[in-house]
Design a protein around this ligand. Structure first.
Ligand SMILES: Cc1ncc(COP(=O)(O)O)c(C=O)c1O
Length: 386
């Protein structure tokens, strides 16, 4: 154990030129400063400005979506979609327990209830087989919709999460949701640059969300976006994101309660510059994976997770799996103490006190994954080629 730890440490030192490495640093190698200066000099620093629409166009084009609506964060993007779906206190929303807390928070903001389901370990997404059995067991149809027999609440929607940029089995999940008349949306916060069957993640359902938080594949400082092919939805979400202000009304007419969820021109300016370098960033991140694969070949304690079949992922955060659960914390602490930003993967949400009262299926795979999984330093700078 100690020997293989030391071997890995020596290899890491070589990879990082004897410098420390954080979990995920942003990379500003393009026009970020120039575009930010443009914003400041033009005084368009807030919600109005060309960079916002330009960023939206770039995102739509890259993901081959008809529309993109830029938001202040991935969380606000999710919240807006929940509002659009009129999610409320009598609704349950299915989601994998292995996700970042924001997936569930957006549901709680609407006074609705997350209902947690298990994942499968090869692609880290909802397990379709278990989902089908779970729905068979807990739901009954009343009219067009499915209700949880125990809680009486409508099972209104399911959020597919493409965890760490890995694709969930969305086509199978879609088929199941059709049977139960459950809407699907995608949390692709971690998945910019990830494809399944050559289609960008987040574009398999009515709407997907992306995040541009500081540690994502590309960043706007903070920010998010909704991608969709639904014109009515895109228009409404944009409207809700600007306090539902009637367009063209300079006498402040708001036709419903909206939100202050727009992206600023400053953030979008950074986003535009980052998008220009996205291909290079993705190339560097794929090389990170290959580098780790090579140096771990001989290591008996940790292996790394490869992208699933029929996919090309962004390798947002490289995932290592420790063979012996007992060593997960030790390994993280050991490499951290040596200056390498190793981190645990997201804690399954059903284990958090704040979600104690939420319904859930029997969770097995998500617990196994959490007990073994470690994120490796994954910044694009490691292998970036100018
Ligand atoms: C799976 C997932 N969903 C939602 C979010 C929320 O995005 P943001 O941090 O931009 O609000 C994140 C961000 O880390 C995430 O990883």
């Amino acid at each position: 154990m100690i020997k293989s730890q030391r071997n890995l440490l020596n290899s890491l030192k070589k990879v990082f030129n004897n410098k420390s490495a954080r979990l995920h640093d942003p990379l500003f190698k393009g026009n970020e400063k120039k575009y930010l200066t443009n914003c400041i000099e033009s005084s368009f620093v807030s919600y109005v400005g060309n960079y916002v629409s330009s960023f939206e166009n770039k995102l739509a084009k890259y993901t081959k979506s008809k529309y993109a609506v830029a938001t202040s964060s991935g969380t606000s993007a999710l919240h807006l979609i929940m509002k659009y779906l009129e999610v409320g206190k009598n609704d349950e929303i299915l989601m994998p327990t292995s996700t970042y807390v924001a997936t569930a928070s957006s549901v709680i903001y609407c006074n609705a209830t997350p209902n947690f389901v298990d994942i499968e370990n090869e692609n880290l997404g909802i397990c379709p087989k278990k989902l089908r059995l779970y729905l068979d067991r807990i739901s009954k149809k009343k009219g067009k919709y499915s209700y949880n027999k125990k809680t009486g609440k409508k099972i209104k929607a399911l959020i597919v999460v493409h965890l760490y940029g890995f694709p969930s089995k969305i086509l199978e999940i879609k088929k199941i949701c059709r049977i139960y008349n459950i809407k699907i949306i995608e949390d692709a916060a971690e998945a910019l640059g990830s494809f399944y069957r050559k289609k960008h993640l987040g574009t398999f359902s009515d709407a997907g969300i992306l995040s541009f938080n500081g540690n994502k594949t590309i960043t706007c400082g903070g920010g998010g976006a909704i991608i969709t092919n639904d014109k009515k939805m895109a228009k409404k979400l944009k409207h809700l994101s600007v306090h539902a202000k009637k367009s063209g009304s300079d006498d402040h007419v708001h036709d419903e309660i909206g939100f202050n969820y727009r992206m600023t021109n400053l953030s979008a300016a950074v986003g535009c510059a980052q998008m220009e370098n996205l291909k290079k960033i993705l190339k560097a991140k794929r090389k990170n994976y290959e580098t780790y694969e090579k140096i771990l070949q001989e290591n008996k304690e940790i292996s790394i997770l490869k992208e699933p079949k029929q996919s090309k992922t962004n390798y947002w955060l490289i995932i290592g799996l420790v063979k012996n659960n007992k060593f997960k914390k030790k390994i993280i602490n050991y490499y951290k103490s040596k200056g390498f930003g190793f981190r645990s993967t997201w804690r399954p949400l059903h284990t958090l006190k704040i979600f104690k009262s939420c319904p859930r299926d029997k969770i097995n795979n998500a617990n196994i994954f959490f007990n073994k999984a470690v994120n490796f330093p994954s910044s694009p700078i490691i292998n970036y080629e100018k």
